[in-house]
Design a protein around this ligand. Structure first.
Ligand code: HXC
Ligand code: NAP
Length: 268
């Protein structure tokens, strides 16, 4: 947690975080709670989401967890109604549920492709759409977690690239449609983040991780706190005029490959 962290930044606010049983999204939920928000977390697994909510309540903050598959619109509607009943109007929504695996397109079944589209893309639509009637308006902040693959194609990632490209467009379309109601809609695009399921799947060994870091302008992977800080800022009034933005928190990764035959900087 950064030294400048303000424990009252989100005091009195209510946050709903989808896909929060682990990894980046759980860290974001913990961040919101530590900044004073009451937080509802959802994911598919009853046990995992209960444990995730406990990490927040054990730290002395308010949280509830509910098992909910973001592919099931009726269940998502139920989850938002429960959050509203328990905590009141919702100020902050984080849509981050995702599934991923490396697979060549030709070896991927139509159902494998559809599964990732359904979790990442349809799931994001379901979460943001179902949130609308429960949002505090004006003032609500919606954030989706996207990825650099939305704009930079990657081999063996046709499903995730297509899904996250759609998440970027959902972000921009809803920012236009819901801006007049005073709702801000943005996305955070993490680069490779250490100690996550995502990178365990995409970079399964040390050699790959080392090569990956050598191509990033800032020469390292990010941390879950880096994403937590960006999401905290977007949820706060400090970002009151930010909408329709895709915020890269990626060490410069999206700019391209900054490795290979690195330039030797001439001495002056
Ligand atoms: C090829 C695969 C596969 C693999 C599953 N499938 N894994 N195909 N290679 N490695 C196929 C199955 O054979 C099946 O197709 C279809 O996908 C659905 O599989 P299920 O296991 O029934 O799906 P489900 O139980 O819904 O699980 C979803 C999942 C799973 C995505 C497959 O891995 C999961 O639950 N993931 C959640 C955690 C996760 O992925 N975290 C990382 C997110 S990070 P058939 O045809 O056989 O029926 C992330 C990274 C970085 O997104 C960002 C990049 C964009
Ligand atoms: P993670 O720990 O696997 O997080 C994914 C979460 O989504 C889990 O809590 C999982 O919980 C939940 N989930 C999966 N399918 C769901 C469904 N159908 N309904 C509801 N919840 C579901 O992975 P992560 O690496 O931290 O990734 C988090 C987010 O960051 C994702 O959006 C990912 O695309 C994005 N991202 C990650 C990286 C990275 O470097 N890790 C880079 C770019 C973008 P259950 O299993 O309990 O359902």
């Amino acid at each position: 947690m950064t030294d400048t962290f303000n424990p009252d930044l989100l005091a009195g606010k209510v946050a709903f975080v989808a896909g929060a049983s682990s990894g980046i999204n759980l860290r974001v939920a913990q961040r919101y709670a530590a900044a004073g928000a009451k937080v509802m977390v959802i994911s598919r697994s009853e046990d995992k989401i209960a444990a995730a909510a406990r990490t927040i309540t054990d730290a002395g903050h308010d949280a509830i967890g509910m098992a909910c598959d973001v592919r099931d619109y009726a269940k998502v509607v139920e989850a938002f109604a429960h959050c509203r009943d328990q905590f009141g109007e919702i100020d902050i929504v984080l849509s981050g549920a995702a599934g991923n695996f490396l697979a060549p397109a030709i070896g991927m079944s139509a159902n494998a492709f559809k599964t990732v589209i359904d979790i990442d893309l349809l799931g994001t639509f379901n979460v943001l759409h179902a949130s609308f009637q429960h949002l505090r308006k004006p003032g609500a902040s919606l954030v989706s977690i996207t990825a650099g693959q939305a704009v930079r194609p990657m081999m063996y990632q046709v499903h995730a690239c297509a899904a996250k490209a759609g998440v970027n467009q959902i972000t921009k379309c809803l920012a236009m449609e819901w801006g007049p109601a005073g709702i801000r809609v943005n996305a955070v695009s993490p680069g490779p983040i250490g100690d996550t399921e995502g990178m365990a799947r995409l970079a399964p060994n040390d050699d790959y991780a080392k090569a990956s870091k050598a191509r990033i302008p800032l020469r390292d992977w990010g941390t879950k706190d880096d994403i937590g800080d960006a999401c905290l800022w977007l949820a706060s009034d400090a970002a009151r005029y930010v909408s329709g933005a895709i915020i890269n928190v990626d060490g410069g990764s999206e700019l391209g490959d900054a490795g290979g035959d690195a330039l030797t900087v001439p001495e002056r």
